[in-house]
Design a protein around this ligand. Structure first.
Ligand SMILES: Cc1cc2nc3c(=O)[nH]c(=O)nc-3n(C[C@H](O)[C@H](O)[C@H](O)COP(=O)(O)OP(=O)(O)OC[C@H]3O[C@@H](n4cnc5c(N)ncnc54)[C@H](O)[C@@H]3O)c2cc1C
Length: 419
């Protein structure tokens, strides 16, 4: 495996780092101040001006849609391995990815459109998404059932003539709070009597369809994540044309696998960026504060923690790059163990390092005077979103156990032959 950055990626990396220095870090406070002002004025769900101002600058700098995999509509798209170091840099600031049109869940949704939608649906929804004019949401999780097992999903998608009628209640629909969110990808059951993994389908639903009600925003450790948000959404007798069904009835799981692989690794890349920034802030703080007659950084306990943090970031980055390399070379299906591993490793690593950085900042660390508390809240959700740790560990363990059964058989075979 060769993880060297190509010349193209090196050049993009330099441009991205410069953009972060010039436009992202200096505007962090403004981003939150704008949202706070909107909230105080009675509506936090207004897109920030700062992101809209920065988007054209990012496009002009050639830093737009970097997540795009190679495809007919994006012949110059990047591979996962090429995107990894760029996505990591964006992960250093929670709102940065949107400036480059690389934010979740839109990236995963765009990939879903690209892979599974008709050309007509691509023209209607993918094109404005790629231009950053609209936003989207992915509606799978439901309040009434344990949704980490997606076979539990209850939302109904029923064919009636030339349409599908959708009824269900979803929650944690990220991005559905944004007034620009124009389209949902909804997972539901079209064939309840089919085999367990063939009951589900995915369908495109315009967000302004009759029968859709955004009930409420959910909070994450008290943050509303406005103007993006995580919403509870009710769909009542929502009707869409039959052509809005992706790929065909009963193929929802197949699409979910295709969609969630890249989405997961993007989260992990950003987690590494968040951890790098926390370590940087931790070291700066420890060097700058004197306690008990010496810089806090001179206490050996902090040497232990800093060293541990550096080791864990490097390990997580290498595993991320390996997973990205495998996705590019042997495909998401064969890379499933690596994707599951990094989905467990990266957010846990980031949570632990941000937690150390919070400790290093004393009381300031848990306040919003520093970006650490919000970053922790973000990273902690990734131990749940896109599947909880336990489910990914279960997949890893099953693959590992199966591997040893195979090896055992191989080992035993010569004995059998010899006897
Ligand atoms: C900030 C945030 C954003 C999200 N965005 C979206 C989104 O955009 N779209 C969307 O559809 N969903 C989204 N989700 C939902 C997320 O994907 C689900 O919360 C997750 O899949 C878990 O489902 P659940 O909440 O129903 O938990 P449950 O399925 O009820 O699981 C609860 C707990 O049970 C345990 N558990 C489950 N299975 C096992 C097992 N096999 N072994 C051991 N323990 C197990 C785990 O500890 C798990 O956390 C988001 C969640 C968060 C927090």
């Amino acid at each position: 495996m060769n993880f060297d950055y190509t010349d193209k990626v090196k050049a993009m990396r330099e441009r991205l780092l410069a953009f972060m220095d010039e436009h992202i870090y200096p505007n962090e406070a403004r981003f939150f101040a704008e949202i706070a002002a909107n909230r105080a004025a009675g509506n936090a769900w207004i897109p920030t001006r700062i992101i809209e101002e920065l988007k054209p600058k990012a496009r002009a700098a050639g830093l737009w849609n970097l997540f795009l995999p190679r495809s007919p509509r994006a012949p110059e798209g990047l591979s996962n391995l090429e995107y990894a170091p760029l996505c990591e840099i964006m992960g250093r600031v929670p709102f940065a990815a949107e400036v480059f049109n690389c934010s979740a869940p839109d990236t995963g949704n765009m990939e879903t459109f690209e892979r599974y939608a008709s050309e007509e649906l691509k023209d209607q929804w993918l094109e404005p998404l790629l231009r950053g004019e609209i936003r989207s949401a992915f509606l799978m999780t439901e309040p009434e059932v344990a949704s980490s097992d997606a076979t539990n999903i209850q939302c109904r998608i029923e064919r009636v003539g030339d349409e599908y009628v959708i009824n269900g209640r979803k929650w944690w629909s990220s991005g559905a709070g944004d007034p620009r969110c124009a389209v949902y990808i909804v997972m539901g059951k079209s064939n309840p009597d089919a085999p367990r993994h063939s009951q589900q389908s995915m369908i495109i639903v315009p967000a302004n369809s009759k029968g859709i009600k955004v009930v409420r925003p959910l909070s994450v450790f008290g943050y509303d994540d406005a103007p993006h948000g995580h919403m509870e959404v009710v769909l009542e007798n929502v009707r869409v044309p039959a052509g809005n069904l992706l790929l065909g009835e009963g193929r929802g799981f197949e699409i979910a696998q295709g969609r969630l692989g890249p989405g997961r690794i993007h989260h992990c890349m950003r987690s590494i960026g968040a951890a790098e920034r926390a370590l940087e802030l931790m070291c700066q703080r420890l060097n700058s504060r004197i306690a008990f007659g010496k810089p806090v950084s001179a206490q050996s306990v902090w040497h232990e923690r800093i060293a541990d943090a550096r080791c864990r970031i490097e390990m997580a980055r290498l595993l991320t790059l390996k997973a990205a390399y495998m996705m590019d070379t042997v495909g998401n299906k064969v890379a499933k163990a690596e994707i599951a591993m990094i989905k467990v490793v990266a957010p846990n690593m980031a949570c632990d390092i941000i937690d150390m950085a919070i400790q290093a900042h004393g009381g300031g660390g848990v306040s919003d005077d520093f970006p650490l508390a919000y970053s922790y809240a973000n990273q902690r959700t990734l131990r749940l979103a896109d599947g909880p740790d336990e489910v990914h560990r279960q997949s890893i363990a099953k693959l590992e156990l199966a591997r040893h059964m195979a090896i055992k058989t191989e080992v035993e075979m010569p004995v059998t032959r010899g006897s």
